[in-house]
Write a protein that binds this ligand. Structure first.
Ligand code: XMP
Length: 511
């Protein structure tokens, strides 16, 4: 069954993925496509509506992105946001004025709530405005539906053609009731019925995988991360024992993590699981290596080698399962092509694994949707909401060369930190937090004894995209407890410091 679809034409704005997610939150399936998508392709996709995103360009620039103007003759409702509204305006014969000053911030917008777009709204609403140019003359057939003192045409509609333009950003949380503008476009204008539900996605996906794979064999590299775990369980529900998962435990996972992964997949789901314990192999490859990028490369390559060796024992498989998700697809070329996600994000695709086709059951889903599918499938919450963990694992959290002793020290210290963050109820608000074993030794005193031991650094950040982030203001009493427990319970640590740098200029990881 094909879902109702909203096409989102990407003009390069920073909120494009957010628009797609908001549409899906309203139970309508959405896809982000390049702004220059062909008319034939649009017809083929047969969307219920189209949204033009914002973008950094000015419609006056020669090289500004423009879509095929035929799009306005398809009889499909269109909502233009910010740049999208301005493009709609100049294409349909209105006028945009070039401004020198940018208007930015949450602004009270006067709105005409007789417009379908603002059904259920009051007379004013606070929306985020972020623009330089603005529409000063509406195209023929359009009427004004919103304004601010500095932007007389903050909204416009052509009721007959179902074309809408808004200068503000309804997709961001700062816009009050923003989601309702999107919902009104979907339900009042495009007449969607709302057939995108995670529960039906899960059911349909299992069924379609069953039909596609039948009694053939599939292989999946399991990392314990959310994406590969959800992909594996989906496949397992579809083809049962014909799925084999290989879990390469490089020994650089957090305390008890390898066992926890095994417990879930083997005991709870009864998945055909091969756990390869190869800590010694990785440690010997890493012996004496201090350069972070070399560590990453060695781990990535070794991971692939182990996976290949295990896969060879199984022989030819028909399908290789990848946990690619929708942002990977968009970022690697706006749906045109997909870069195949490497296992653990550390290496490439195994060269010597004999498979016929790749299967990517999550390639249409955003991360929050993957999590919902995970919960739906019965994967435990702590795994579904696991904080991101780098593929090279603790190797890039031990500064300098890696030894088994250092690994054990870090595992213990990190486990205490995580336990206390959870005890303080902060685990949901801090997006990533961990301990780092610095290569620094310093003098301390324990009882009457002089000590000369390691310094552990604690790192905790709040971020939405992991590209930028701020250090988390963990209360002093929590930090005090963590510090005191680490120096008392973990041998060879006599000092704990807290990293108070944001990203940028620092990165989240220390290596
Ligand atoms: P940085 O340190 O660059 O990290 O601020 C941003 C996010 O990426 C994760 N990270 C990695 N993930 N392989 C991964 O799979 C890696 O080599 C790697 N390096 C950093 C990091 O944990 C954070 O979430």
């Amino acid at each position: 069954m094909k879902n109702e679809l909203i096409l989102i034409l990407d003009f390069g704005g920073q909120y494009n993925q957010l628009i797609a997610r908001r549409v899906r939150e309203c139970n309508v399936y959405s896809e982000v496509v390049p702004f220059d998508i062909s008319i034939e392709k649009i017809k083929e996709k047969n969307p219920k509506g189209i949204i033009f995103t914002g973008g950094p360009a000015s419609v006056f620039a020669d090289d500004s992105p423009k879509c095929d103007s035929e799009i306005f003759n398809l009889g499909i409702p269109i909502l233009g946001i910010c740049y999208g509204m301005q493009l709609m305006t100049i294409t349909l014969g209105g006028n945009v004025e070039k401004a020198n000053k940018r208007e930015y911030g949450v602004t009270a917008v006067k709105i005409d709530n007789s417009s379908l777009l603002f059904k259920g709204f009051g007379n004013t609403n606070n929306f985020l405005m972020s623009h330089t140019d603005f529409v000063n003359e509406l195209p023929e057939g359009f009427t004004n539906i919103a304004s601010t003192p500095s932007c007389p045409n903050a909204g416009m509609e052509n009721k007959d053609k179902n074309f809408y333009g808004i200068q503000f950003h309804p997709e961001v949380v700062h816009s009050e009731n923003g989601i309702n503008v999107i919902r009104n476009f979907l339900y009042e204008v495009c007449k969607c019925t709302g057939d995108w539900k995670i529960s039906s996605f899960t059911k349909d996906k299992i069924q379609s995988l069953k039909e596609k794979i039948g009694d053939k064999k599939a292989l999946c590299a399991l990392s314990g991360g959310v994406d590969s775990s959800v992909a594996a369980v989906l496949l397992h529900k579809a083809i049962g024992k014909n799925l084999t998962c290989i879990f390469v435990d490089h020994g650089l996972l957090r305390k008890n993590e390898g066992d926890e992964v095994e417990k879930v997949f083997r005991d709870q789901f009864d998945i055909n699981l091969i756990r390869v314990n190869c800590k010694d192999r990785f440690l010997s490859k890493l012996d004496g290596v201090t350069d972070p990028e070399r560590k990453r490369k060695i781990i990535g390559e070794e991971f692939i080698r182990v996976f290949e060796e295990e896969a060879k024992k199984i022989g030819t498989v028909d399908y290789l399962v990848q946990g690619t998700i929708y942002p990977d697809v968009i970022e690697s070329g706006l749906g045109k092509s997909s870069v195949i996600k490497s296992h653990h994000n550390v290496g490439g695709l195994p060269d010597y694994v004999d498979f016929k086709e790749i299967v990517e059951p999550l390639r249409d889903l955003f991360k929050d949707e993957v999590r919902k599918v995970g919960l739906e499938l019965g994967i435990p919450e702590n795994l579904v909401y696991r904080q991101p963990f780098p593929g090279p694992g603790l190797a890039i959290r031990i500064i300098g060369n890696i030894t088994e002793d250092k690994l054990n020290i870090l595992k213990e210290a990190d486990s205490i930190f995580r336990e206390e963050v959870a005890n303080a109820g902060l685990h949901k608000s801090i997006n990533q937090y961990f301990a780092v074993l610095t290569n620094l030794k310093s003098v301390g005193v324990m009882g009457d004894e002089r000590t000369y031991d390691y310094t552990v650094a604690l790192r905790a950040v709040e971020t939405t995209d992991f590209m930028t982030g701020v250090w988390s203001k963990i209360p002093y009493d929590v930090l005090e407890k963590v510090s005191s427990r680490i120096v008392n319970e973990v041998e060879h640590v006599n000092r704990v410091v807290y990293d108070i740098t944001s990203k940028p200029p620092a990165t989240i990881e220390w290596e």
